[in-house]
Design a protein around this ligand. Structure first.
Ligand SMILES: [Zn+2]
Length: 155
């Protein structure tokens, strides 16, 4: 079993809700290991309310076609945290117009996050809606340049 090749394939699977980032970027893929029959992929879905888990499992199976039987294991403890998003993933989210979540240490200091506009970096932003395109995100707008953007809520 070529785990390196399998990992390479797996690293290219985009998130079904935010195709700009991969499952690996988001930290959803926790482990990849060889089994007697093929591969086992351990996934921790981002939010239990997001209906993307089945899609993600299908995408992972499709990406690993040819590597034998693929077992998907959902690991919900510990729960997924925005802290697991990689540095590369945070940069991609920023380019995509979604403000990457602040780390937990910052959150504990600032109760209400002061978000900066992903386009002009202005700190004059307002929350338009607590929910964006999915329950995982809230919708914001920059007062200076008018750019709407989404914030990936810390969890
Ligand atoms: Zn702006």
């Amino acid at each position: 079993m070529d785990l390196v090749a399998a990992r390479e394939r797996l690293s290219q699977v985009p998130d079904p809700e935010i195709p700009a980032v991969t499952l690996m970027d988001l930290g959803i893929v926790r482990d990849l290991r060889a089994t007697d029959a093929g591969l086992e992929v351990v996934l921790t879905p981002t939010y239990s309310g997001c209906p993307a888990t089945e899609l993600i499992a299908d995408d992972v199976r499709a990406a690993l076609a040819g590597f034998g039987a693929v077992t998907i294991t959902l690991q919900r403890v510990p729960a997924w945290s925005t802290d697991w998003i990689s540095a590369a993933g945070r940069v991609k989210l920023q380019h995509y117009g979604i403000v990457p979540p602040q780390c937990r240490a910052e959150q504990s200091i600032r109760v209400v996050p002061r978000l900066r506009c992903p386009r002009c970096d202005s700190g004059a932003t307002q929350q338009l809606s607590r929910f964006g395109s999915t329950a995982c995100k809230s919708t914001w707008r920059c007062i200076d340049c008018g750019e709407p953007f989404e914030y990936f809520k810390p969890f």
